[in-house]
Design a protein. Structure first.
Length: 538
């Protein structure tokens, strides 16, 4: 391995940054995990594994993830078909707004969902208006499922919509000539592409639901609806039972590592069709059209009613008039606006360092080592950030933390959380530039910043802006790391919102959720504006 760095075409400028990032990740993760494993050596494993509570945690963690995934895929399939076959004005904007759930902070969405499905929500008010008893079941398993469906149905629908768009129009014309309709058409034409997409989508959504922390913590409603990840948090903050937390963290690490391996194994492959530039299909029958319209109306209400509730609650809140005097809110806003840009910038820098090394190694035909380097940056998907944060907590528990220390830890954890998404966005542009311009740059002797500015900046400008804005939005709404390290003096907008919801300060929570929604809406508009500009430039 060391001899690799003496390759004549591998200069220090190509690998120093990447080696530093990999070394840092290895040290950082190794130190955090070793502190958990060291504490885990003190446990009596046989006693713990026969514990009914632990068995319940494991079963519920897998059970809620399985149920959420199956419902999300079923809803995603129905929505994808309705979107594909039903033409209507505004479809382009609806498809864009579907991705809003990706950057929307989980706690903001939860506040909106409570306002719709809670005991005092819109549905309860409407039901009581008609004399229908409605208690609202937003806490417990039903609330967890509603929140997971809110986030994952749009994701599944977009993936399945890509599958429908990949079906060559020649196949659809042939099916029309053969008079294939209804279930026969679905079985023979659509199901083959759905089947290819189902397993990757299932594994991705299952992992997202299994590692769901904020949703279960907020809507779980009690010990009966607790997962391993929320049990780690409770064991540290409420019980201060560090050995128990270490056990839960080790189990969560093992399960997530297996799930990450399966998700990577079944990652979607690029689907090739004969032609997808000329969409053609037979107009659906009236009954199918009515069903599609019904699905679209239900989805639009399901997706946008919580967002509308947040806006209405924020604008009508009595706390809106006194927001200028709320020092805690301004402190949280200041920390959030400081943490998010630094986390996004750090994620971007680490990802670029890894990609520069990876693409150079791929150019030199070291494909396996190049892929290993990318996987090193994606390791956060296999090790939940709460497990990492707990390891740091154990490692540094003797230290008297200042706000600066806590700030640095949260910035680092948020950057590591965002880095896999930054890598996904930048990987293809960086590697394409290597293939297209490497020989040209070598022949002209263009290297370093000169190469970046003169040759690569034009193709990397839009992806870099998009990656930074997305990392900024993800860090702005991240609650996991600060849930463990936050306090009254060191807080953020999601952390403050969680405290307000827990103390039933709904008027204050409405203003906090509204500010978060406004910030994420601005970033969302920025992301899609620049993506549209990039598409036009192509």
């Amino acid at each position: 391995m060391l001899s690799l760095f003496h390759h004549p075409q591998l200069r220090p400028r190509h690998y120093v940054g990447g080696v530093v990032v990999i070394s840092f990740i290895t040290f950082f993760y190794g130190s955090a995990l070793s502190s958990i494993f060291a504490l885990g050596d003190e446990l009596q494993w046989k006693t713990w594994f026969t514990d009914d509570y632990l068995q319940h945690l494991i079963l519920f963690s897998f059970g809620q993830a399985l149920l959420s995934t199956v419902l999300s895929i079923f809803g995603g399939l129905l929505l994808a078909r309705a979107l594909f076959y039903q033409p209507f004005s505004g479809k382009k904007w609806l498809l864009k707004l579907m991705s809003l759930t990706f950057v929307l902070p989980v706690l903001v969405a939860i506040f909106g969902l409570i306002g719709i499905y809670g005991s005092s929500g819109w549905l309860a008010w409407f039901a009581n208006l008609w004399g229908i008893p409605w208690l609202g079941h937003i806490y417990g398993l039903s609330g967890i499922l509603i929140a997971h469906l809110f986030f994952n149905i749009p994701l599944a629908a977009q993936l399945f919509l890509q599958s429908l768009q990949s079906i060559p129009y020649q196949q659809r014309q042939l099916a029309a000539q053969l008079n294939l309709q209804g279930w026969q058409f679905v079985k023979l034409v659509e199901w083959p592409v759905f089947r290819q997409q189902c397993l990757p989508t299932f594994s991705l959504i299952f992992m997202l639901c299994f590692t769901s922390f904020t949703v279960v913590l907020t809507l779980g409603g009690g010990p009966q609806y607790t997962t391993l990840e929320t049990a780690i948090y409770q064991a540290i903050l409420f019980e201060f039972d560090l050995p128990k937390a270490a056990l839960f963290a080790m189990l969560q690490f093992v399960f997530c590592l297996v799930l990450f391996s399966l998700t990577s194994r079944f990652s979607p492959s690029n689907q090739n069709g004969l032609s997808n530039r000329n969409p053609w299909f037979e107009k659906p029958k009236s009954a199918v059209k009515i069903f599609h319209v019904f699905i679209l109306l239900v989805f639009i209400f399901f997706l946008f009613s919580p967002v509308l509730n947040i806006l209405v609650s924020a604008l009508s809140s009595s706390s809106l008039l006194t927001v200028w005097h709320n020092s805690q809110l301004w402190r949280a806003l200041g920390y959030s606006l400081s943490i998010a840009p630094l986390s996004a910038l750090l994620a971007l820098m680490m990802a670029i360092a890894l990609l520069l090394l990876s693409r150079r190694l791929e150019w030199l035909h070291y494909q396996k080592i190049a892929q290993f380097i990318i996987n090193a940056g994606m390791v956060i998907l296999a090790i939940p950030i709460l497990v990492l944060a707990m390891g740091l907590f154990l490692l540094l528990q003797e230290r008297d933390f200042s706000n600066i220390d806590l700030f640095a830890i949260v910035v680092l954890c948020n950057a590591l959380s965002a880095m896999p998404f930054v890598l996904r966005i930048l990987s293809a542009p960086f590697h394409n530039n290597m293939r297209y311009y490497e020989n040209l740059c070598n022949s002209l002797g263009i290297v370093g910043w000169q190469r970046f500015y003169l040759i690569e900046w034009q193709t990397l400008r839009a992806p870099l802006r998009y990656a930074f804005a997305l990392a900024l939005a993800l860090s702005l709404g991240d609650f996991t790391a600060i849930a463990l390290f936050g306090n009254q003096e060191f807080t953020s907008l999601p952390h403050l919102l969680y405290q307000q919801l827990g103390n039933y300060r709904n008027q204050d929570a409405a203003v906090t959720a509204g500010i978060l929604l406004l910030l994420c809406g601005i970033l969302f508009a920025f992301i899609h504006t620049h993506r549209d500009d990039d598409d036009l430039s192509k």
